[in-house]
Write a protein that binds this ligand. Structure first.
Ligand code: AMP
Ligand code: GLY
Length: 427
């Protein structure tokens, strides 16, 4: 079976790696990256040019297309591929709006009775100021459109909150912000694979959004992750599936825009119960690296069952008892202004130690050297008998890899491994 994976990050590297554990699967990844090129065919394409991706699919005739990133989903790539006759894992444009528009996601949550932060949609600065005063500090200001994980500012500084609101409102015609109440409590990422009617939860993970240790500095796309969550409440996945994932899928179905693909719930486990922070319409990065590391069942069978509407007859998923940790190695200046071009060395040594080294922002030059080519450069992933073992294994891998200006967090999964996360703490 041939699967076309669309995207070029560590997430797509992890998806490709996991699909290829099944000897009956072949993968073409477009555009891929140098790490993916070592295990699968890659094909150059701009994932945001929908017609080029459809042409590529016509050339390769895959049995399934798996779409990684949000931008092509929100732009309608899945619809175009389906109209051309391909089986697709990824939501339609209408369903991907759950990620593409924060205000649309709020509307669906309200209709479905899904618990989330109280919020106000603001299209002018005076409206935004009034909403900030209403909810009080800490202030939470979100760009209404797609912003690659960087459209949200959480701050105690009123002027900074207003400045971000102004920047988002002025950034484009129809610019708007969503301002909402602050949610305390640790965050959880829970993925559900949906065929439009049935949704199957995967194992939960925790992401580290801020660039620095102890959650210092600005938000990023994600600096590391771990799974499972030893501190999560009992029956957490079952409860969230019942109160969040299934109602969302039912409401999307009721509206005639079924969600077929991966629904990613970003949750806060607050002192008042679980609340949704946001939805994404795709696999999370770096959570996918740890979630898939723990999956024993066949990933291709799961994705095909979703794409063909057959999830209700799929056997229950099987998970490894091991823990998984991934640490993102970032370029100098990330997230503000990553500097590119540094030479990367030592990946082989990290792999010899047993780490899975997933590529994100890398490229090779004419001399065959591997260079930094993006903000998040590598995602070093390891399994272990518990979180402490998985952490030390992942960090041993990180220590073997070098490039100028490299930085990473040193506290990924630390509190969880030490048993120091209590419900009511923020991370
Ligand atoms: P989002 O893009 O909506 O996931 O927001 C990015 C990050 O901002 C989240 O992972 C949280 O760390 C933080 N955040 C977003 N909304 C809230 C909220 N209402 N209360 C507290 N933190 C939030
Ligand atoms: N790690 C969060 C995301 O993929 O959006």
């Amino acid at each position: 079976m041939l699967i076309l994976v669309i995207g070029q990050g560590a997430r797509e590297h992890a998806i490709t790696h996991t699909l290829l554990l099944d000897p009956n699967i072949e993968v073409v990844c477009a555009p891929g990256n140098p790490g993916i090129a070592q295990i699968a065919k890659i094909a150059p394409v701009d994932v945001n040019e929908i017609s080029s991706v459809v042409d590529l699919a016509k050339t390769h005739k895959p049995d399934l297309v798996v779409i990684g990133p949000e931008a092509p989903l929100v732009a309608g790539l899945a619809d175009e591929l389906r109209s051309a006759g391909f089986l697709v894992f990824g939501p339609s444009k209408a369903a991907a709006a759950l990620e593409g528009s924060k205000s649309f996601a709020k509307e669906i949550m309200q209709a479905a009775g899904v618990p989330t932060a109280d919020s106000k949609y603001c299209q002018s600065v005076p409206e935004a100021k009034a909403a900030l005063e209403l909810f009080g500090s800490p202030y939470v200001v979100k760009d209404d459109g797609l912003a690659a994980g960087k459209g949200v500012v959480v701050t105690d500084d009123f002027d900074m909150a207003v400045a971000h609101a102004m920047a988002c409102i002025d950034s484009r015609d129809g610019g708007a912000v969503v301002i909402e109440e602050f949610l305390d409590g640790p965050e959880v990422s829970l993925f559900g694979v949906s065929d439009g009617t049935t949704i199957v939860p995967l194992t939960p993970a925790q992401d580290f959004k801020r660039v620095g240790d102890n959650d210092a500095g600005p938000n990023t796309g994600g600096m590391g992750a771990y799974s499972p969550l030893p501190w999560a409440p009992k029956n957490f996945v079952t409860e969230v599936t019942k109160t969040v994932l299934q109602p969302m899928i039912a409401e999307m179905n009721r509206r005639g825009t079924p969600f077929v693909g991966l629904l990613f719930a970003g949750l806060a486990v607050t002192s008042r119960g679980v609340r949704v922070i946001e939805f994404n319409a795709r696999f999370g990065d770096p959570e996918t690296q740890v979630v898939l590391a723990r999956l024993n069942s066949s990933l291709s069978e799961l994705l095909v069952a979703a794409a063909t509407g057959k999830l209700s007859s799929l056997p229950a998923l099987d998970w490894k008892p091991d823990s998984a940790v991934t640490v993102v190695m970032a370029a100098k200046g990330y997230p503000e202004s990553p500097s590119l071009g540094a030479v990367i060395s030592g990946i082989n040594h990290a792999q010899e130690l047993g780490s899975l080294v997933y590529h994100a922002g890398t490229k090779t030059n004419d001399d065959g050297e591997l260079l930094v080519n993006g903000g998040r450069v590598l995602s070093v992933t390891a399994l272990g008998s518990d979180l402490a073992v998985a952490r030390s294994q992942a960090y041993s891998g990180v220590e073997r890899i070098r490039f100028d200006g490299e930085h990473h967090r040193s506290d990924i999964a630390l509190k969880a491994a030490l048993g120091e996360i209590r419900l009511g703490d923020h991370n």
